[in-house]
Design a protein around this ligand. Structure first.
Ligand SMILES: Cc1ncc(C[n+]2csc(CCOP(=O)(O)OP(=O)(O)O)c2C)c(N)n1
Length: 158
């Protein structure tokens, strides 16, 4: 991403990694839901960011947070937005599992039964990809950042 491009983070394990490791060079280029830390912000946040500025926008989200506001892909499509959605898929509320495992040695009630995210995005007419490995993800991001339209990249973690 260019220094002025905007990364939106949803809430979960991915947020902790982004907050600690994603380098920023200009103010307001990494927008994170902190404080009450509401999940589901990444996609509607990317819609708002794309409407507000003329820069590349990327939304990073876990599968749980994405599903909380997945219908906002309709808004993004209708408003002709240009951004990339990256969905990290572990079929789980990953951060909650990790916390439960820390507290009581096992996790309960955190598993998700996901749709096929690529097929879901394609059903809106959105280009969607499922790279086979991290190198494939990097290649895709290089190709997609700055391009027009919406795209969704499903990243299987399991
Ligand atoms: C609206 C809302 N509900 C519940 C929570 C509590 N919560 C924080 S992280 C998390 C799990 C996130 O799971 P996922 O989006 O799949 O991301 P991952 O941790 O797997 O990266 C939950 C349920 C929250 N922050 N916001």
């Amino acid at each position: 991403m260019d220094d002025a491009d905007i990364l939106l983070s949803d809430v979960g394990s991915h947020k902790l990694t982004i907050a600690r490791r994603f380098p920023t060079y200009e103010p307001n280029t990494c927008l994170i839901s902190n404080g009450l830390a509401s999940m589901g912000i990444a996609v509607p946040g990317a819609v708002a960011a794309d409407l507000a500025v003329d820069r590349s926008v990327v939304a990073a989200t876990g599968d749980g947070g994405f599903l909380m506001n997945a219908a906002e892909l309709e808004t993004a499509t209708r408003l002709d937005c240009d951004f990339i959605v990256i969905v990290f898929v572990d079929d789980d509320y990953g951060l909650i599992s990790a916390k439960q495992a820390d507290h009581r040695g096992e996790a309960f009630g955190t598993e998700l039964t996901n749709p096929d995210f690529v097929a879901f995005a394609e059903s809106f007419g959105i280009e969607a990809y499922r790279p086979a490995d991290w190198a494939g993800l990097e290649e895709l991001l290089d190709a997609q950042i700055g391009s027009e339209g919406l795209s969704l990249i499903e990243v299987p973690l399991a």
